[in-house]
Design a protein around this ligand. Sequence first.
Ligand code: GCW
Length: 749
Amino acid sequence: MVTAAMAADERVRQKPARLGVDATGLRPRPSRWPWIALLSAVAWMGLGASAQAEDGYALWLRYQPLSTEVGVGQTASATQLVVPVETPVLASARDELLRGLSGLLGVVPTLSDDVTQAGAIVIGTPASSALVRGFGIDTAGLGSEGYAIRNVVVDGHPVVAIVGDADAGVLYGAFHFLRLLQTQQPIDALDIREVPKVSLRVLNHWDDLNRYVERGYAGQSIWDWHRLPGWLDPRYTDYARANASIGINGAVLNNVNANAQILTPMYLEKVAALAGVLRPWGMRVYLSARFSAPMEIDGLETADPLDPRVQQWWRDKTAEIYASIPDFGGFLVKANSEGQPGPQDYGRSHAEGANMLADALAPHDGVVMWRAFVYSDEEPDDRHKQAYNEFVPLDGRFRDNVLVQVKNGAIDFQPREPFHPLFGAMPATPLVMEFQITKEYLGFSTHLAYLGPLYEEVLRADTHAVGAGSTVAKVVDGSLHGHALSGIAGVANIGSDRNWSGSHFDQANWFAYGRLAWDPEAASRDIAEDWVRMTFSNDPAFVEPVVGMMMASREAVVDYTGALGLHHLMGRGHHYGPGPWVEGGPRADWTSVYYHRATREGIGFDRTTRGSDAVSQYVPSVAAMFEDVERVPEHFLLWFHHVPWTHRVSSGRTVWDELVHRYDRGVGTVVGMQATWDTLAPHVDAERHRQVAAFLAIQQQEAEWWRDASIAYFQSISGLPLPAGHVSPVRTLEYYRSLEFPHAPGDTQ
Ligand code: GCW
């Protein structure tokens, strides 16, 4: 039996001569800091998780030595890794355990197909291994992805068993076990049973074939299409590992604003090559399908879903895909939205379009994820209402292998939105939750905004669809309406940047998304804590303040971009920075003035029964709450109500004073995060510390810019004086309005 601390000791004891650390004087001493420094020196010299890990590439899978950092005391038994049967997925689990245990414990476990030592770790399924069967662990109910982790005894040897009913479960269990070590949890009384609540847990890449990433802030697309299939960048494997570690089991490789070429033989060969890399990590590939592909690829005159030639084209195309990708997941479709082609071009409904593709996929067990993010070229009275109006009448008319994919809110991934009224309103249809991980509206990659609380807030919202407790999470996991098929999608924040997500803290949003996809009822704070421990340090002196920063960060963005339910106030096109004055242009619902409706008298969008009546799309008890200006949650006040500037909120302040107060508060939170981060330098490698500090400085400047520009603008409308103690914006409104960012990421010009 090897204890984690002992293993680390051992390793360090064995190495100093070679490392020459004797000469540095960094010998283990009773004091903690030099000891940690020694361990970092070991890692830095290429014997640990490698020096490069600290550029963020290793994500939360750094596997740094379990040092004498506070808290190491548990027994980690890892001298032997027993893998009785090898399959591609079990080989992934084995490799990850080898990698993880070697890094964490400093000893490379011996591989074996039978237990001969105390402290062994055994992985496998009862179906494929008599040894695993002998544990008597009940795997019924674990399904194709669940797992159990238990301490068992084999021939008198205590061992850790990581068991699934299928290989993917074992893989997820292996990652869970490593996470326990990484976060310094006790592992001597393990009785873990985990089954994912949602079946399809996918990333949506908005990646174009030329490697441009729509709303991407982390470099180019990681898919190097030109060099595929000949060159399989090792990054693809690391991408799959990272996803498997948090339970993500699918990826839609290309942008929903799709190019039909992805469905041509040349690209399908590349897609098949990627599928081959992802498969051993439990991931399937999906593609965004352009509805007019039959016309663009093969010159058909129409893409009418009721035309037999079109139907045959999709059947043939689908069969062609499955010939080289037998586990292909299916199609994601954005149709009749923002200029994309779709069934309505032929007078057909979304259901007719989706069902045509579903019929082509059904023989192969593929699914269609049909997006509900639609809004027509004719302007509706309130864009909030359109998806509901179009999709609710279609409930019950979709094939069994169609899921309708709904954004978390009715407008568009704003820093805060009420849950989308479609959740709970289509009981006969599985609804996929679509979250945005990339931060199009929350400061791109430079603002620290942990999205866990945003996701959690939406998932825990109560639709009241079948009485109290009908949470969005229960709609999404299928339990509310009894759907076996369920799904969740996250618009990826992954790119070619060395740290994958553009900033170190944005990695946490990928991590949190995966963990909440696995269990939509998990707590975002717990997830943040795991992430901090795995990504940076287990030291409570670091973990506590950083989790605190993360948990407050999203609210700070809400505060400095527009609180109390204000939304869609950013710059036109690129969505960078404040633009509350944006008006005119092709359509009203692409402007800010449409959403805030500020006048001399008041502010807010009246969505009550007296206004656009969007409230009536929620079930009556929820609608009644939103309708009532006294009962509406204050953070949605201006989302649902147009109120006088002098309307009083719970603080006793007027709406005007409260907005100003919140703008200040948001900036203040950012200043506080900077101060906290500055004190944490001793806990973080210099490279990552420096970048986070620099990004926080950008965030502070931009938060002040948001505050000052917004106050200057709204004051020009309200004509009200600033509350006492508040300093006027540093520049004139004209100055803020004159700023242009022609090459900001996402600029559509
Ligand atoms: O939020 C908007 C984005 C578009 C995006 C669209 C969508 C892919 O600004 O860039 O297009 O949503 O979700 O389809």
